[in-house]
Write a new protein. Structure first.
Length: 257
């Protein structure tokens, strides 16, 4: 009986995952021709125009994936998105954070990803055009290089998303923020836009990796300006932004309960 139950659960988990991610992998071969067409326009349109053009396809993938989880989403704070390049920082609940943010944040951005993802065909090519940064966590030099790469991308006019916790909380309390993002913002001279995301861990992480419907909330919070970054110590910036995001997560949690 136990073996049967375990097998049934495995099949259910596999089916829900295939239903959700099948859209992405089924669409990837088709998207390659779009990528080739888009890349031809790289040197004839502005940086902002090109980023928006590239962003449309990952946004489509993400929306399709999220739709198949049968989850509901609430997005607020679009008025807090400034023009120009920004460093987005967000708490990190689970694997569905990136698709959720790609689908709902209208401002194009790249993000920092594990180096292993670079081995995936087509996906890695899109990520390079999105200005993602690939990080080898087992190599300290790679960490330093990723900071330089992120700064250079921001200076070129692109936006980047970082999860300062460095790992998924899986729905627990917002973890401590690592300080690297402050250094990046200072070096690139860009504002920091904090984001609070709540509920993504209920899609997968809290269900033994079985994909289930969830209520997800995304809130773009007021910008931490270049002036504030310049006038405050890194410890103060980290404390301010951690508090802002953690308070918003608490509010989201209490609102759902």
């Amino acid at each position: 009986m136990l073996i049967w139950f375990m097998n049934e659960r495995l099949v259910n988990n596999l089916f829900s995952s295939l239903r959700t991610f099948g859209f992405l992998f089924g669409y990837l071969p088709v998207s390659l021709s779009k990528l080739i067409t888009i890349k031809k326009q790289k040197n004839i349109i502005t940086t902002e125009q090109y980023d928006r053009l590239v962003h449309r396809v990952p946004q489509l993938w993400s929306s399709g994936i999220l739709q198949r989880t049968k989850s509901t989403f609430r997005f607020q704070g679009e008025e807090n998105l400034p023009s120009g390049p920004v460093l987005f920082i967000s708490n990190h609940e689970g694997n569905f954070d990136i698709p959720s943010l790609l689908a709902y944040i209208p401002k194009p951005f790249g993000f920092i990803s594990k180096i292993e993802v670079k081995k995936l065909p087509i996906i890695s090519q899109w990520m390079e055009e999105m200005n993602c940064v690939f990080l080898d966590r087992s190599n300290r030099k790679s960490s330093y290089q990723s900071i330089e790469d992120t700064v250079n991308i921001l200076k070129k006019g692109h936006s980047i998303l970082i999860f300062p916790e460095g790992t998924r909380s899986k729905g627990g309390e917002v973890g401590d923020f690592k300080s690297g993002f402050v250094r990046i913002a200072k070096m690139a001279n860009v504002p920091i836009v904090p984001i609070a995301i709540y509920g993504t861990s209920n899609i997968m992480e809290k269900n033994n990796n079985k994909i289930c419907p969830a209520n997800v909330q995304i809130s773009v919070l007021p910008t931490y300006t270049v002036e504030n970054i310049a006038h405050n110590e890194p410890s103060k910036i980290i404390e301010d932004l951690h508090t802002i995001i953690a308070k918003e997560i608490d509010f989201m949690s209490s609102a759902i309960k």
